[in-house]
Design a binder for this molecule. Structure first.
Ligand code: GLN
Ligand code: ZN
Length: 760
């Protein structure tokens, strides 16, 4: 039985590609050095796969930034404004990815979007009227030949034409207008690979796992009918991932490709589809049985049961998706052996594939099979001790635990009275600039270069300055500034029982940016108060309310590697109970307003609309409610989301039952505000009045106009005035100036309102 993977992480075992690329960006190294680094990494990774015994090794899964962008550039889908810069091909590529500002001109980057249901981001290909699609690049061919010269036969990988069109933006042109040229270009790629002697070409078509309309299906079939017509020797692998292909499976069986890649991990219905509709004898089934998204070892017994149900003679064992989404290797970690043996990062997943293949190849002797026995022992032993108390607490939760009393309207009138806030209350989202000094001081403390006491004193002085500034400019609801936090999830993970942190488990998020998600190892509970000391310290410095600042359970879960031995719902409820304790502790210590951030709530919304509620929102929203359901009527609960694309789940957002929600509003604000009205959205709202992602300082006049526009859509008693996200990535100077203008603008609008009401 053969093995393959869909793609391998390209950032390097020690993020070498990040280092090299950033050095090039800074102008510290040459293009040649960067190109060579890429070559060196590719060689290392190919050899690693070869040594691991993987039969079909991918190529062109490497990228200097993003493989979707690679495909666009290969096909000349480059907007004119970038071509006009007349940069070298590599610099044009980076300009598309990051924007360009310099002698040649000033252009913003292509929009970046989340890659399906992952935390990876791709660049949106942009077709415009002047676009002439044709094969202008050579990367896919060069990398195939490069490997061949090293004696390694590879399977080139490229984003498929259907998904390319589905992800692309069209400006002054349409999908139909571009289709012919796109098809011709893909045909040319196939022909060229044919002449180079390639045996397989993998066409990635993850868009097939989404809800498909009749038009989508027709488009797909048209594309593949054209693409596969005519003679060729290279075999085509139609690769899907991130779910099952229930809307098109039956049709796929008739498509003239030699291989079909299906996801048996996230694709809940994949097995059922194969069993119901069968699998044609003339195709190879690339079975995604090893999870490409999570870091746990594969349970061989379970996987073998799945494999048994598949057409054995036609199988290639594969991963559920590209290994891009997991870190490089466990070898780099300092976990004790008993812990480390439970993890399989990218490198370890390779041996899982070859071990599974070996086991299948000699089923008769399964019992003398050492890897299988070892694997079974691993899964039979108890990994993390169960917290019985917590389990019974969760089992005992009832409706009432998820419902705050009294209802919103009653709370809101009580809070109006007790909090004594003015109309159009002003506030911020929580963090203040994390200056170099703040980061350096935290680093010193972590290295034990300064004492805990000194660190504490430093943070207290930062908080005191922050409170003084907010009082001075007249903000109404203050924050302590979050100077003690490295990251909104890591900080909570570090202070909760049940999380593990890696040293080097980086995963690419976009371009050179990587994240290091915590691992949820066991049952989660609160070890000790987390934020109480900082919030109470800040509160005793002022008579104005200071908002307590927490990260919500859904976001903590979504930005971690989740457990596989219990459900995600169960894990989230555990986190929710831990955060609930923190909420009640803050309340008991006199904190009257508490914000619970759910920055990543939207991110894990299932790819299919039909799964949104049952699979996700039906437990995610209650988990949020559980966190705040027990607070007193006077305590005001805020939440924050970094985006405003929630028009389609507005009722779910309202059912979070927060008192106030702040969100990003710069782009789609006006239509969203209409939607809020149409849905009788009850929660008070703070649509961000300026964009914190840019250093630009908004003027008072501009902010007054923005607030007035908002007031045309929203009743004054529902509106809060705030920036659109936390200020931690901003510089101090622009932040102070912007906030001062914000409070002045709010004051001016308030005055105008009083004047108008007197006139009436
Ligand atoms: N409270 C957090 C902050 O202000 C929220 C961050 C976020 O929304 N991503 O930084
Ligand atoms: Zn935000």
């Amino acid at each position: 039985m053969k093995t393959t993977i869909i793609g391998f992480p390209r950032i390097g075992e020690h993020r070498e590609l990040k280092v090299a690329t950033e050095s090039y960006f800074r102008g510290d190294s040459t293009q040649e050095a960067l190109v060579n680094k890429g070559k060196q990494l590719r060689r290392m990774h190919w050899n690693l796969l070869k040594d691991a015994g993987i039969s079909l090794i991918p190529s062109n899964d490497f990228s200097f930034y993003d493989t979707t962008l690679d495909t666009a550039v290969l096909l000349n889908i480059i907007p004119k404004r970038f071509l006009d810069l007349q940069l070298s091909p590599l610099d044009t590529y980076f300009a598309l990815a990051r924007g360009y500002q310099g002698e040649a001109g000033d252009v913003t980057a292509l929009p970046m979007k989340k890659w399906f249901n992952t935390n990876y981001h791709y660049l949106t290909p942009e077709f415009e009227e002047s676009t002439t699609v044709k094969v202008v690049g050579t990367k896919i061919f060069d990398e195939y030949s490069e490997a061949k010269e090293l004696g390694i036969e590879t399977k080139p990988v490229i984003l498929g034409p259907f998904t390319l069109l589905k992800l692309a933006a069209f400006k002054g042109t349409t999908e139909e207008e571009q289709l012919f040229a796109v098809l011709a270009a893909y045909k040319e790629i196939i022909a060229t690979l044919d002449s180079l002697g390639a045996q397989w070409l993998q066409l990635d078509e993850p868009s097939l796992v989404k809800d498909l309309s009749d038009e989508d299906r027709a488009l797909f079939l048209k594309i593949y009918h054209e693409l596969t017509a005519g003679p060729r020797t290279v075999k085509l692998l139609l690769q899907t991932y991130f779910g099952d292909v229930r809307d098109i499976y039956a049709d796929l069986l008739a498509v003239n490709v030699e291989g079909l890649g299906l996801d048996l991990v996230e694709g809940k219905k994949t097995l059922e589809l194969i069993e119901t509709f069968g699998f044609p004898q003339n195709k190879t089934l690339f079975a995604g049985v090893v999870n490409g998204k999570n870091i746990w070892r594969n349970d061989y017994r379970q996987t073998l049961e799945i494999i048994e149900k598949l057409p054995q003679e036609q199988l290639v064992l594969s991963t559920s998706c590209s290994l891009l989404h997991v870190p490089f290797s466990v070898e780099q970690e300092a976990f004790p052996k008993e812990t480390a043996q439970h993890f399989a990062f990218a490198k370890e997943k390779l041996s899982e594939l070859t071990e599974l293949a070996a086991i299948v190849n000699q089923t008769a002797d399964a019992l003398i099979n050492e890897p299988l026995i070892r694997n079974q022992q691993l899964f039979q032993a108890t990994r993390a001790v169960e917290n019985q108390q917590l389990a019974s607490k969760i089992a005992g939760l009832s409706e009432a635990d998820f419902q705050r009393h009294p209802a919103f309207e009653e709370r809101s009138s009580v809070q109006k009275y007790t909090l004594e806030l003015p109309e159009l209350p002003t506030t911020t989202i929580g963090s203040f600039p994390q200056t170099k000094e703040v980061k350096a001081t935290r680093a010193k403390f972590k290295k034990a270069a300064i004492s805990e006491e000194a660190y504490q004193k430093y943070l207290e002085s930062k908080i005191a300055d922050c409170i003084a500034f907010q009082e001075e400019i007249g903000l109404d609801v203050l924050v302590h500034g979050e100077f003690e936090r490295n990251d909104m999830v890591e900080y909570f993970g570090e202070n909760l029982e049940g999380f593990l942190f890696s040293k080097n488990a980086w995963v690419q998020s976009y371009g050179t940016r990587c994240v290091k998600p915590p691992i949820i190892w066991g049952d989660v509970s609160r070890k000790r108060p987390i934020t109480v000391a900082w919030s109470t310290f800040a509160q005793q410095l002022t008579t104005k309310p200071v908002k307590g600042m927490l990260t919500g359970p859904v976001t903590i879960l979504n930005w971690s590697f989740p457990r596989e031995d219990i459900s995600i719902k169960e894990s989230t409820l555990q986190i929710a109970l831990a955060i609930q304790e923190e909420v009640l502790d803050l309340e008991a210590h006199g904190i009257k307003i508490i914000q619970i951030d759910e920055a990543a709530l939207r991110e894990k919304l299932p790819l299919r609309k039909s799964d949104w509620y049952q699979e996700y929102l039906d437990w995610a929203i209650p988990a949020f409610r559980l966190v705040h359901s027990k607070v007193a009527v006077e305590t005001q609960i805020h939440t924050h989301m970094c985006y405003s694309e929630f028009a389609d789940i507005l009722s779910a957002i309202d059912q979070m039952d927060a008192d106030v929600i702040s969100f990003e509003a710069s782009r789609s604000n006006l239509s969203l505000l209409d939607d809020l009205n149409a849905h009788h959205f009850k929660t008070a709202v703070g649509p961000g009045v300026y964009d914190i992602h840019s250093p630009r300082v908004p003027s008072v006049t501009e902010l007054v106009t923005t607030i007035k526009t908002l007031l045309e859509k929203l009743p004054v008693e529902k509106l809060w005035i705030n920036p659109d996200c936390g200020l931690k990535t901003r510089g101090e100077k622009e932040t102070f100036a912007s906030l001062e203008n914000l409070t002045q603008a709010a004051a001016q609008v308030r005055e105008a309102l009083v004047y108008e009401s007197v006139r009436e």
